[in-house]
Design a protein around this ligand. Structure first.
Ligand SMILES: [Zn+2]
Length: 70
């Protein structure tokens, strides 16, 4: 992570490789399906792995870019 600083929610982001993506998930960023077999990211709240969410890479980037001060 580049911006060490305030990080309101503790989330661990992992890369899911195409061969690991065996199910379809709905991306919370765009509400569209992440197809099985496509690489994406999974955001896992620290201490609450059951609340993990699967994101398209660009959707996750857009989310983290929404910071105040720019
Ligand atoms: Zn998406």
């Amino acid at each position: 992570m580049d911006d060490a600083g305030d990080c309101p929610d503790d989330v661990e982001v992992r890369v899911v490789h195409p061969f690991e993506a065996r199910k379809a998930y709905v991306c919370p960023g765009c509400q569209q399906e992440i197809q099985p077999g496509s690489g994406h990211l999974v955001a896992v709240p620290v201490g609450e792995p059951e609340l993990r969410r699967h994101w398209h890479r660009p959707c996750w980037r857009n989310r983290t870019n929404r910071k105040p001060g720019r």
